[in-house]
Design a protein around this ligand. Structure first.
Ligand SMILES: *[C@@H]1O[C@H](CO)[C@@H](O)[C@H](O)[C@H]1NC(C)=O
Ligand SMILES: *[C@@H]1O[C@H](CO)[C@@H](O)[C@H](O)[C@H]1NC(C)=O
Ligand SMILES: *[C@@H]1O[C@H](CO)[C@@H](O)[C@H](O)[C@H]1NC(C)=O
Ligand SMILES: *[C@@H]1O[C@H](CO)[C@@H](O)[C@H](O)[C@H]1NC(C)=O
Ligand SMILES: *[C@@H]1O[C@H](CO)[C@@H](O)[C@H](O)[C@H]1NC(C)=O
Length: 655
């Protein structure tokens, strides 16, 4: 047992501004068992808490010698060059939420939606217009819908019945899960993927398809048919002789059962084969004639893949991978290039068959990722480069995985359930990558990797983003850490006439690639452990670079990512933001926070993002109606959010 360590009590970033501190501090802080978060460790002291809050930092890899720090690149105004990607949606980068933690992430029920989660999605939607989320993963395979769970909770795990290496517990879920998802989509443009459990095939358990379609309607965009079937035999989910033909027949069996089920109204939204490219390359599946046989049922072709795994540390299975030696392999452009290479044949095949090709589940390393790597700045740079590389190679979507407290790679982590009344959320590097990606790609963007053609270093890659056939933005990376600035890279871009007279630059920065938390996107951050209500903190800062003689120079700090806007129009285009009203409250074991009504952020329309000089500028309606508890959450201004959170507490104190 570890006592609760003294910890900055950060219910609100601007707590000090409020006179409400008394009632907030009245919250009892309990000692916690084995689950105490801490922000620092005595060097060498073992950490026993959940991986999501492991404060370990890795050693910063040495800065390379002979690292070029000056590049000159010419950008032609002409038509998009050959090899450029297909057009993409701004919502390219989404999230895959492990089904067993859906109550921690989304909320405890359809009426208890997590407000920080809504804020996190709203930030992205203000840029992209839409977020694609998958609920599923290993734990979907045994998921059973029940009228009620023994505990009454939305999700219940049966630890007596676990499957395979990842020890996924059998899962029971209530129908309310679909209403929870539906209520989220009522307020924000969130679209969902679900997965059909594949552990029983005769008959398949199709409640998830029936109820999912009935309750979510067109907000349900896909149903996964088999999760990593190439591992079914190895992970003892099926007999050891389960082959690709068995999988082919399972999908055939599924389609005929769906055809005979009048409650399934949409039979053409399957997503498959989701091979992990462990035992079967996608071609192994294509060679069965899978696409032709099931074309009319398939809305998406999919794979799932992680570069490596940390299963030895988590489950005692497989080779031990040392994060210190893994770290440098994530600090290269080559990482994304190599990850994508095995799929280029398949993205071409998908295009020929008119199907989007989706990376349905990925992250830094399977089995939870590596502490110090998956939860450090390196992961943000890596995920952006890998994401852009997937876009360049004609994937149409990439979903980064969200697990629970025991995982390091989470884009966002809710506080442990019994600490949710006094702790806020922890925002990981992958969330920053998602937010930045939503600004990097607009609807219709085409992506060109110029790292090879411009002869750039593997540690300072670059992409051009085209819009309507012309270059609109440049994405630049510097993977090196050097506080002396000796490894800053100066990119000089020259243009045809008419050249921009100035360009605008937004940076994603941290002091080192191993920094944990407090990353900075154009002046804003989501803080460190337990510090976020889902709203960015700080004033947005966009740098303006004056050009001269048709050339503009942009500095890439070591380390950083820069998004260079060639056209001022690239800064706008977020249109009207989400606007909705619904009731929610948040319940924890220790106390209840009740809010009668939440009005989500509403954007002011044109240029909403920039008019007020900070991310997510929104209408400034009434803030808090103490009498009825009406609360407007938005990331409008952090003060407003703080008042809202504080009022949630006061409401309860009064109740
Ligand atoms: C929170 O839950 C954990 C895990 O169940 C338990 O060990 C811990 O004692 C609980 N803490 C509080 C404050 O209830
Ligand atoms: C991009 O397209 C999607 C799908 O049509 C749409 O939902 C979204 O609002 C669009 N985004 C923007 C910023 O217009
Ligand atoms: C949220 O879900 C519940 C079902 O539990 C439903 O009664 C309620 O109307 C929903 N709210 C909205 C705004 O959709
Ligand atoms: C691409 O996949 C098809 C279908 O599996 C296969 O026949 C072909 O050989 C593959 N091409 C390459 C270059 O791998
Ligand atoms: C992506 O698709 C475009 C359009 O079909 C094609 O020109 C390009 O070569 C493809 N990229 C890759 C890496 O296959």
């Amino acid at each position: 047992m570890r006592p609760f360590l003294s910890f900055p009590f950060s219910f609100c970033h601007c707590l000090g501004l409020l006179v409400l501190t008394h009632s907030i501090y009245a919250v009892t802080v309990y000692p916690t068992e084995g689950i105490a978060p801490t922000t620092s460790l005595v060097p060498g002291a073992p950490y026993h808490g959940p991986a999501a809050y492991n404060p370990v930092t890795l050693n910063i890899p040495a800065a390379p010698t002979n690292f070029p720090t000056q590049y000159s690149i010419h950008i032609s105004n002409g038509a998009a060059p050959p090899g450029i990607s297909i057009p993409h949606f701004s919502s390219f980068f989404g999230f895959s939420i492990e089904m067993s933690v859906v109550d921690q992430v989304l909320g405890l029920s359809s009426q208890l939606i997590n407000v920080p989660f809504l804020n996190l999605m709203a930030n992205i939607i203000r840029r992209s217009g839409r977020v694609n989320l998958r609920v599923g993963g290993n734990t979907q395979e045994t998921a059973v819908m029940v009228q009620n769970t023994t505990s009454g909770r939305l999700i219940e795990k049966d630890y007596g019945n676990t499957l395979g290496t990842t020890k996924s517990p059998a899962l029971e879920y209530k129908e309310d899960l679909f209403y929870l998802m539906s209520n989220i989509s009522n307020s924000l443009n969130v679209r969902w993927f679900l997965g059909i459990p594949f552990n029983k095939t005769n008959p398949f358990q199709l409640d998830i398809a029936e109820k999912g379609q009935a309750i979510l309607g067109d907000r349900l965009i896909g149903l996964q048919a088999g999760n990593e079937p190439d591992f079914y035999a190895m992970f003892n989910k099926r007999p050891a002789n389960y082959t690709v033909w068995d999988y082919y027949n399972d999908v055939g069996n599924l389609t005929s059962q769906m055809n005979n089920n009048p409650q399934i109204t949409n039979r053409s939204m399957l997503l498959a084969p989701s091979v992990a490219t462990g035992m079967w390359a996608p071609e192994v599946v294509w060679n069965t004639g899978f696409i032709q046989a099931y074309s009319k049922y398939l809305a998406y072709l999919s794979v799932e893949h992680y570069p490596t795994d940390n299963c030895a540390a988590h489950f005692g299975a497989g080779a031990v991978n040392n994060p210190e030696t893994e770290l440098p392999t994530y600090l290269t452009h080559e990482s994304g290039v190599n990850l994508v290479a095995p799929y280029i044949n398949s993205t071409n095949i998908a295009q020929q068959n008119g199907k989007p090709f989706v990376m349905f589940e990925t992250n830094t390393a399977s089995c939870g990722g590596f502490s110090g790597l998956s939860d450090a700045f390196v992961a943000a740079l890596w995920a952006l480069d890998y994401g852009l590389q997937m876009a360049y190679a004609n994937f149409s979507m990439a979903l980064f995985h969200v697990g629970g407290q025991n995982d390091s790679y989470n884009p966002f982590t809710a506080p442990p359930r019994n600490q949710s009344s006094y702790h806020e959320w922890t925002i990981g590097p992958i969330y920053y990558a998602a937010l930045v990606m939503a600004e990097t790609l607009s609807n219709g963007s085409q992506v060109l990797d110029i790292t090879t053609s411009a002869n750039l270093s593997d540690q300072s890659p670059a992409y051009l983003i085209y819009e309507n056939g012309s270059p609109a933005r440049i994405a630049l990376f510097n993977y090196v850490t050097d506080p002396s600035n000796g490894h800053n890279v100066n990119f000089t871009f020259s243009f045809d006439d008419p050249s921009p007279t100035q360009v605008q630059v937004k940076y994603l920065r941290a002091s080192s690639v191993t920094q944990k938390g407090n990353y900075n996107w154009a002046g804003q951050t989501f803080g460190g452990y337990f510090e976020s209500d889902g709203c960015p903190i700080g004033q947005e800062s966009i740098e303006t670079v004056q050009c001269s003689g048709r050339s503009c120079s942009v500095i890439l700090y070591a380390p950083s990512y820069a998004l260079v806007f060639l056209d001022n129009n690239a800064l706008v285009g977020f249109g009207s933001g989400p606007s909705a009203t619904f009731s929610t409250s948040a319940v924890t074991n220790t106390r209840t926070l009740t809010v009668d009504s939440i009005v989500l952020a509403t954007s002011n329309g044109n240029r909403g993002l920039f008019d007020f000089g900070h991310l997510g500028a929104t209408s400034r309606g009434s803030l808090v109606n103490g009498a009825t508890g009406v609360m407007h959450t938005s990331c409008d201004a952090i003060l407003l959010a703080c008042i809202a959170v504080a009022s949630m507490i006061l409401l309860r104190e009064a109740a």
